[in-house]
Design a protein around this ligand. Structure first.
Ligand code: P70
Length: 476
C-alpha cells in the first residue's frame, strides 16, 4: 500500500518529539470557520501593481493568509460573543463600562479608566494633556502612531532603548529595555522640567516584539522618582511581555502571567492600550491613570474627540467583549500557545538560515530585509519589496517596518534611515493553525531562494502623515 511504503521511508515526528518534550496544543477548539481562497499568480501580479506594491492597499479578499497585523484580527471566544449580546447601549453609564473598568482595575491595577475607540485615540488624549510644546518624550524605540501624536502635541521623541535593540542578531533577552544612561544624559542636557514623561512600551513592536525586564522597569521607577518624572506605559502587548519575564527573569518562573502583569504596571503612572491586540477584540482601546487630577482632564477631553467618558467611541457590547477578553488574555496556557505558535514559525525559518530578528518576539516574525536583500540599498525599500514578493509568491500579506514606516524627520525633511529594515509576519491570535505556519515558512523560503533576482522599489506617491499606510511604489 502506498501509505505504508511512505511510512517505511521515514518516521514522522510530532512537534513535541522533535523538541524532546511532550506536545501541547491550543487551549480551545474551533466552533466557526471562515473560508479562505487563493487567487492565481497572474491575478496577484495585477492587484499588486494596482495596490502600488503596498500591502495596506490590497483588498482582503485577494489575500490568502493575512499576516499584516495582529491588530483587531484575532478570534473572539464564545464567551466574548455571548457578552456582545449583553451590550447595554445606553448613552451614559452603560453597565459594560463598569465591567470594563473593573477588569482593568483587577488585571492592570490602575485606578481611573477612560475608554477610547482604539489605541491611537488614547495616545492622542494623553499626548495633548501631558506634553507641553518644546518638551522631550524619551521612549524605548518609536512607534509610528505614538510618536506622531507626541509630535503633534509639540513634543520631540528621543529614543533611549538599549543599543542591542537595534541589532537584529543580538540575543540579549530583554532588547526592549530602556538604557538609563541615555535617559540620564538627556536630563542632564535638557533639564528634568523639559521631559514630558517616559514613554515605555511592553514587547517593543518596532524592535521585533522584544520585552522589557521587571528589573528595568523597577530601576526606571527609582530613577524617575528622583526627578519627579512620570512613566506611562504602552500596554498594548504587555501580557506578552509578562510571558517573557516569567520565562527569562530570575524569580518569576513560579509567578502567573496575571501577577507579573500587575506588578509591572504598578511601577508606572498609567497606561494606554490598543485593546485590539492583547485584549482579544476587533476594536477598542483605553487609557488608565492613577492621578485623579490628570484623570479629570482626560475625562473631559475624551468627550471632545471620542465620546462621553463612559463609552469613548465604543458600543456597550464592545466594552463587554474587552472586559471578558482581558480575563482570557492573562491565562497562562493562552499566552503560551499564542507565543508558541509564533516561535514555531520562527524555529522553521531560523533552521533554514533565513535572516530575521532574534530572539523571536511575542507577536510576529520580523524578517531582516537588509540581509535578505543585501544587494538593495535602503532607499530602494528592501522591506517593502519583501512584503510585495511574498504576496506575489503565495498570497501571504505581511507589513513593511523599515524606512517607509519610519517616515521623514520633520526638521530636515529627509527620510529617517532606521537601523532596522524589517518585514513583519504578524500572527493574529487564535486564528491560524500549524499547517498555515508551514505554508508561510515554505513561501518565505521560496522567495529567499529567488532573492538575487529581485528588484527594489521607488516611491511614487507619498502622503503627509503615516505615509506607509497609503504610499505607492513602482518596481525599479
Ligand atoms: C500594528 C498595530 C498599533 C499600536 C501598537 C502599539 C505598540 C499603539 C498602537 C496603536 C496597527 C498599526 C498601527 C500603525 C501602523 C501599522 C499598524 N499597532 N501602540 O499592526 O493602536 O492601532 O489601536 O490605534 O502596536 O502593530 P491602534
Amino acid at each position: 500500500m502506498k501509505g505504508t511504503q511512505h511510512m517505511d521511508q521515514f518516521t514522522p515526528k510530532t512537534m513535541g518529539q522533535q523538541f524532546g518534550r511532550r506536545s501541547w496544543a491550543e487551549p480551545w477548539k474551533i466552533k466557526m470557520v471562515e473560508p479562505l481562497r487563493m487567487i492565481s499568480r497572474e491575478q496577484r501580479q495585477k492587484v499588486l501593481v494596482e495596490a502600488g506594491y503596498n500591502t495596506f492597499l490590497l483588498k482582503s479578499e485577494d489575500v490568502y493568509i493575512d499576516l499584516l497585523t495582529d491588530s483587531g484580527t484575532g478570534a473572539m471566544s464564545d464567551r466574548q460573543w455571548a457578552g456582545m449580546m449583553l451590550g447595554d447601549e445606553a448613552y451614559a453609564g452603560s453597565r459594560n463600562f463598569y465591567n470594563l473598568e473593573a477588569a482593568i482595575q483587577t488585571y492592570y491595577g490602575y485606578k481611573y479608566i477612560v475608554p477610547t475607540h482604539q489605541g491611537r485615540g488614547a495616545e492622542h488624549l494623553l499626548s495633548q494633556v501631558v506634553i507641553q510644546r518644546g518638551q522631550f518624550v524619551p521612549g524605548n524605540m518609536y512607534f509610528t502612531t505614538t510618536r506622531l501624536h507626541q509630535e503633534l502635541a509639540g513634543g520631540t521623541f528621543v529614543d533611549v532603548i538599549v543599543d542591542e535593540a537595534h541589532d537584529p542578531q543580538s540575543l540579549y533577552p530583554f532588547k526592549g529595555n530602556i538604557d538609563l544612561d541615555k535617559l540620564e544624559a538627556l536630563v542632564q542636557r535638557e533639564g528634568a522640567q523639559n521631559i514630558a514623561y517616559v514613554s515605555l512600551a511592553g514587547t517593543v513592536n518596532m524592535a521585533g516584539g522584544q520585552p522589557v525586564s521587571m528589573a528595568n522597569v523597577k530601576a526606571l521607577r527609582q530613577w524617575s522618582n528622583q526627578y519627579g518624572i512620570k512613566v506611562f506605559l504602552d500596554a498594548t502587548r504587555m501580557v506578552e511581555n509578562a510571558f517573557f519575564i516569567q520565562e527569562r527573569e530570575a524569580g518569576y518562573a513560579d509567578k502567573s502571567i496575571a501577577e507579573i502583569l500587575c506588578e509591572f504596571c504598578s511601577y508606572t503612572d498609567g497606561a494606554w492600550m490598543s485593546a485590539k491586540k492583547d485584549n482579544l477584540v476587533n476594536i477598542g482601546g483605553w487609557l488608565a491613570v492613577n492621578d485623579p487630577v490628570l484623570f479629570e482632564e482626560l475625562r473631559n477631553l475624551v468627550i471632545v474627540f471620542e465620546g462621553l467618558h463612559t463609552y469613548g467611541g465604543l458600543a456597550g457590547r464592545d466594552m463587554e467583549a474587552i472586559a471578558i477578553g482581558i480575563a482570557e488574555s492573562v491565562q497562562d496556557d493562552h499566552v503560551r500557545s499564542r507565543i508558541g505558535q509564533v516561535r514555531y514559525l520562527g524555529d522553521l525559518l531560523s533552521a533554514w538560515d533565513i535572516p530575521m530578528v532574534l530572539p523571536v518576539g511575542g507577536h510576529a516574525i520580523f524578517l531582516d530585509a537588509r540581509r535578505f536583500y543585501s544587494h538593495l540599498p535602503q532607499d530602494q525599500f528592501p522591506a517593502q519589496t519583501l512584503a510585495a514578493e511574498l504576496y506575489l509568491d503565495s498570497g501571504i500579506r505581511s507589513m513593511e517596518r523599515g524606512i517607509a514606516s519610519a517616515g521623514r524627520d520633520p526638521k530636515t525633511g529627509d527620510h529617517y534611515y532606521p537601523k532596522l529594515e524589517l518585514t513583519r509576519l504578524t500572527i493574529p491570535r487564535r486564528v491560524y493553525t500549524q499547517a498555515h505556519m508551514d505554508v508561510v515558512a515554505e513561501a518565505v523560503r521560496a522567495i529567499y531562494e529567488e532573492r538575487e533576482r529581485t528588484h527594489g522599489l521607488k516611491m511614487v506617491y507619498e502622503p503627509k502623515y503615516l505615509r506607509f499606510f497609503q504610499a505607492r511604489f513602482e518596481q525599479l
